[in-house]
Structures are given as structure tokens and as C-alpha cells.
Design a protein around this ligand. Structure first.
Ligand code: SF4
Length: 375
């Protein structure tokens, strides 16, 4: 056992996790309560190494928001606009195709497409852009829509969720995004995202998609009004669904961004909190292969460090991120592939370009001698 763990207060929990035992909610709470960040990292890193080895992945992708008009007004959201707002936008299918062509020219293998719940775009618009984008290159993977968008589209199309997902899949949808999970605890969910789908509805959409053979990611928005008990409750529900379907490809913890919204949070997530949340998630989510350090929210430097705290993925190049930046994220709008490769190498891991389903596209060489950390 790592000497850091031998001396740590988390040793009893760590021993059971390393022996392959499933951790309980009280185990996870004990880990969250510990201030022994080095031990949490040692545990998470060992579990990560056993599961995926010394590789860390990234994807060459592009974000594409078709519109920020939304009929809901989630209190934490800085992205949504009403039709009366001067800075609302919506793209035509032709404009989306143009952006997709640019992304393909840069080597993108995935488009990550979400938007608000638009008040009057018809269901055919969504089928239309899926078909148009897929027609550009059948290998381009379309990762689209949050669970609440799927419920909105089901309402628009007057079909069941199952039939809606089947229609979208037939038009070209490859994967659902994990967005919109926020935090499942009802009281907090009501306080930050009143009117949004319930936890059960979020999980039902993903369950239905998984049973159709689809895969998706999932998320947790942390560092706002929730308690660590709420975080553990959230993780438990995701772990339970994963045990049921096995359809989640990865988990992405999202640090709350405090600007331009109506949630009063004096202390958004610190570096310590983000690293312990990643580490506890790795230990508790024993049926997930991949955990993503989302550099948009963490910043590239902390995301790089998170690779030693249980994460094995840096998400993607992204190119044009709006949602976190409208909420105050100070990271760049995109990262180049070489920046992500360099960050992974410096962390002592082998960079691997992946596709939407975390399957390797290109395995880069073994880590070379570390060089200065980039800005
Ligand atoms: S979080 Fe999504 S559903 Fe809620 S207001 Fe923002 S865009 Fe609309």
C-alpha cells in the first residue's frame, strides 16, 4: 500500500476500496470529510491506474449551440435568453453546416450540440440538422442534447421519449450529452433549477437511451448550495443506473461558475474541493471507466493536476464554448490538440486521442521528459 495511505485517516476505507469492495454512502462521506488530499489522490490514482492504466484521453471536437433561447429560467443559468433579449441567437441549419465543415477541416471527430428549450423551432429542425451534419461525413459523431432537451423534443413531436429517441437516432444522433443533471437532491434542484426535469426524469431519459443501445455521459454540478450529502446522493443514483444499464461512458463533475446568475454563492469550488470531488468520485463510482477533468470549468492547470486525482480524460479541444464562459469561466474558448497532449505528457501519462465512446483513435508515444507547465 502507498505509504501516504498507510498513515492516513482514510486507510480503512482505502483498504476496502483497493480490495474491490463497493463503498457505502457513509464511506464516501468519510472521504469527503478528510483533509488528507494527498491520501485521497493516492487512492484515486491507484484505482484509476488499475482501471485504465497510464493513459489519459482527449477528443478533437467542437461545441455547437444552435440557440440560447429557452422557455425555462433556471436560476443558475447564465446562458439562456428570451426572444426579447438583444443577445439571444439561433443558427440556421446552413450556419451549423458551415461551422461543422470548419471543425472537420481541423480534424474534429465529434460535434457536441446543445441549446435552450427553444420556444418555436419545430421537431423537423432538429431532425434536419442531424441529417445535414451526418451527410457531411458519416464518421462525424454527433453528441447532442441534454435530458431536458429530449423531454422538450418529445413534447414537440407528440411522441413518447422512446419514439423520440428512435427518430433522433435514425436521423444521426450518436450519443446523448450528460448535461442537465445539476444536483439531484429535490430541495437544491428546486432552488437552482426550478421548472427543470426531476432527477427521476433525467435518469429515465438516459435509461431509455441506454436500453435502445445508446451510450451517454453524465455530470454533477457542484459547489453551489448543495451539501456533501447531496453530492453522495447524486453519485449513488448515477452508480445505481450504471449498474442497471452500463450505458454511461463517463462521468464529468462540473465546478459551479458563480457569475451572471441568480444564485448567491460566496465560495464557489476551490482547487481543494475540485480535487477531492474528483478523487471521491473515482473511489465511489466503481462501475465507471472514465472520469473527465473538464478544463473549461477547472482551468487547464487544475485539470492537469486532476489527472493524478482519479481523472483519466481532459475532454476536448471544444473550439467555441459559451455556457461556462457566460457564467464567468476565465479559461480559453478552446484548446489545441497539442496543448492537451502536452498537458497529459507533463502529468506523466500517455496521451490518447479518443472518439465519442472513449475508443482510441491515436495512441501517442510514451511520456517524455517533463517540460515547463504551459499557461
Ligand atoms: S439550464 Fe438549460 S433549461 Fe435551464 S434555463 Fe439554461 S438553457 Fe434553459
Amino acid at each position: 500500500m502507498n505509504p501516504v495511505l498507510v498513515r492516513s485517516e482514510i486507510r480503512p476505507v482505502a483498504e476496502r476500496a483497493l480490495a474491490g469492495e463497493r463503498l457505502s454512502e457513509s464511506d464516501a462521506l468519510l472521504l469527503f470529510a478528510s483533509r488528507d488530499l494527498h491520501a485521497l489522490g493516492a487512492l484515486a490514482n491507484e484505482l484509476r491506474q488499475r482501471r485504465v492504466g497510464n493513459r489519459a484521453t482527449y477528443i478533437v471536437n467542437r461545441y455547437l449551440n444552435y440557440s440560447n433561447y429557452c422557455i425555462l429560467s433556471c436560476q443558475f443559468c447564465a446562458f439562456a435568453r428570451k426572444k426579447r433579449d438583444a443577445d439571444g441567437f439561433e443558427l440556421t441549419i446552413e450556419q451549423m453546416v458551415t461551422k461543422a465543415r470548419e471543425a472537420l477541416a481541423l480534424g474534429a471527430t465529434e460535434l457536441h450540440i446543445v441549446g435552450g428549450l427553444h420556444p418555436n423551432l419545430p421537431f423537423d429542425f432538429y431532425l434536419g440538422f442531424l441529417r445535414a451534419l451526418k451527410a457531411l461525413d458519416a464518421r462525424l459523431q454527433l453528441k447532442c442534447f441534454t435530458a431536458i432537451e429530449i423531454l422538450h423534443l418529445a413534447w414537440l413531436s407528440k411522441k413518447s421519449v422512446t419514439a423520440t429517441l428512435e427518430s433522433l437516432k435514425e436521423a444521426g444522433l450518436d450519443s446523448l450529452t450528460g448535461g442537465g443533471a445539476e444536483i439531484f437532491a429535490p430541495a437544491i434542484r428546486q432552488a437552482i433549477a426550478r421548472g427543470k426535469e426531476s432527477a427521476e426524469e433525467y435518469l429515465d431519459v438516459h435509461r431509455t437511451w441506454h436500453r435502445l443501445g445508446g451510450r451517454s455521459t453524465c455530470t454533477m454540478l457542484y459547489g453551489h448550495l448543495e451539501t456533501v450529502e447531496d453530492r453522495v446522493d447524486h453519485l449513488r443514483r448515477l452508480r445505481d443506473l450504471q449498474s442497471d444499464t452500463g450505458g454511461f461512458t463517463g462521468f464529468i463533475p462540473l465546478p459551479y461558475q458563480p457569475d451572471n446568475n441568480r444564485i448567491p454563492v460566496d465560495h464557489p469550488p476551490t482547487g481543494f474541493d475540485s480535487l477531492r470531488t474528483m478523487a471521491v468520485s473515482r473511489a465511489y463510482l466503481d462501475n465507471f471507466d472514465h472520469l473527465t477533468a473538464y478544463w473549461v470549468g477547472l482551468g487547464t492547470k487544475l485539470a492537469q493536476v486532476a489527472l493524478s486525482y482519479g481523472a483519466d480524460d481532459l475532454h476536448g479541444t471544444i473550439l467555441e464554448e459559451h455556457i461556462f464562459h457566460m457564467a464567468g469561466a476565465t479559461s480559453p474558448q478552446g484548446r489545441t490538440e497539442s496543448e492537451l497532449i502536452k498537458a497529459i505528457r507533463e502529468a506523466g501519462m500517455v496521451p490518447v486521442q479518443r472518439n465519442t465512446f472513449y475508443e482510441p483513435i491515436r495512441v501517442w508515444d510514451e511520456p517524455s521528459v517533463a517540460v515547463a507547465v504551459s499557461a
